[in-house]
Ligand binder design. Structure first.
Ligand SMILES: Nc1nc2c(c(=O)[nH]1)N[C@H]1C(S)=C(S)[C@@H](COP(=O)(O)O)O[C@H]1N2
Ligand SMILES: [Mo]
Length: 311
């Protein structure tokens, strides 16, 4: 599959991307793939391929977690519950063909082949912190585009208040879906204003390459001020709703995982504290920051809300 973005063939990639980022991307390009010929996503059975993107806003200058850790220490229950399972079972997820449905309370719904869904959007790199509810965190250079672009194109009705997301359902091939660990398909949701927030990203790549399957290929959400499980992987449906949608983790353990799931050191998980976190690759624990450090950008969304009640 070949997806063309605006060509930048005149520019040397080192001129459109900060040198450090470019260097890092080079370091991870594998298989001698050419840059500058448009966006090439992996064909079935192949490894990841280089993406073309520009640096985006909101990136942290913290050191990215090594590629090896980002792609071998994962949560993706469709591919197993152990941290190493998703990488080991990655080949069981088939991403081609892939269809994305946008529907619900909107005037411009659609059913898209992946390449048609992605074609209008230029890609940017956003280096975000991601903190898992279990207490580990990473810094990941994502490549993607703002979810809000998709929402605007769909033209939500005035009655739409939430956006619901669904992951792929394929129990014949995804071993985790043959066990009742969660209600399948995996579901997630955001309030419409959270979904529209410019930090909220749809990612198609990381470290300059197409997403590895274990990280949620071909398309996953990234909501950096919320616990990692809100960042739903391998999305097949985006739906506008009038009522708060159900979410897989809230269905599984409603007293442990709320709808909002904002990173909040003051609200412990019932079985453990959320005060500190272990950045993967580091020994000493860090203090966990309110909204995962994105408070300046997102705190206004929750003004007047009791975040202990709406956890
Ligand atoms: N479909 C789906 N999406 C998912 C999950 C999952 O099990 N299935 N796990 C979530 C959890 S708990 C986390 S912490 C992040 C992990 O993303 P990463 O493996 O890319 O770091 O993905 C989230 N998205
Ligand atoms: Mo997580």
């Amino acid at each position: 599959m070949l997806i063309r973005t605006r060509r930048r063939s005149e520019a040397n990639p080192s001129e459109i991307t900060p040198r450090e980022v470019y260097q890092r991307r080079r370091d991870f390009l594998r298989g001698g793939l050419a840059l500058g010929a448009g966006l090439v996503l992996p064909a079935a059975g192949q490894g990841s391929a280089a993406l073309e993107y520009t640096p985006g806003s909101f990136s942290t200058d913290e050191k990215p977690t090594p590629y090896e850790d980002v792609t071998t220490y994962n949560n993706f229950f469709e591919l197993g519950t152990g941290k190493a399972d998703p990488a080991r079972n990655a080949h069981l997820l088939t991403t081609e063909p892939w269809t994305v449905v946008v529907d619900g309370a909107c005037s411009n719904p659609g059913r898209y082949a992946l390449e048609d869904f992605l074609r209008p959007w230029e890609l940017e790199e956003r280096i975000y912190r991601l903190r898992c509810v279990e207490g580990w965190s990473m810094v990941i250079p994502w490549v993607g585009f703002e979810l809000n672009r998709v929402l605007r194109k769909a033209e939500p009705d005035g009655s739409a208040r939430y956006v619901a997301f669904e992951s792929v359902l394929d129990p014949d091939n995804l071993p985790g879906q043959r066990r009742p660990v969660l209600e399948w398909p995996y579901t997630e949701g955001l309030r419409l204003d959270e979904a529209k927030h410019p930090l909220t990203l749809l990612a198609v790549g990381l470290y300059g390459d197409a997403l590895p399957n274990q990280n949620g290929a071909p398309l996953r959400l990234v909501v950096p001020w919320k616990y990692g499980f809100k960042s739903i992987k391998s999305i097949v449906r985006i739906r506008f709703t009038e009522v708060e949608p159900t979410t897989a983790w809230n269905l599984a353990q409603p007293n442990e995982y709320g709808f909002y799931s904002n990173v909040n050191p003051d609200v412990p998980h019932p079985r453990w504290s959320q005060r500190t976190e272990r950045r993967i690759g580091e020994l000493r624990r860090r203090r966990t920051l309110m909204f995962n450090g994105y408070g300046d950008e997102v705190a206004h969304l929750y003004e007047g809300m009791d975040l202990k009640r709406y956890f």
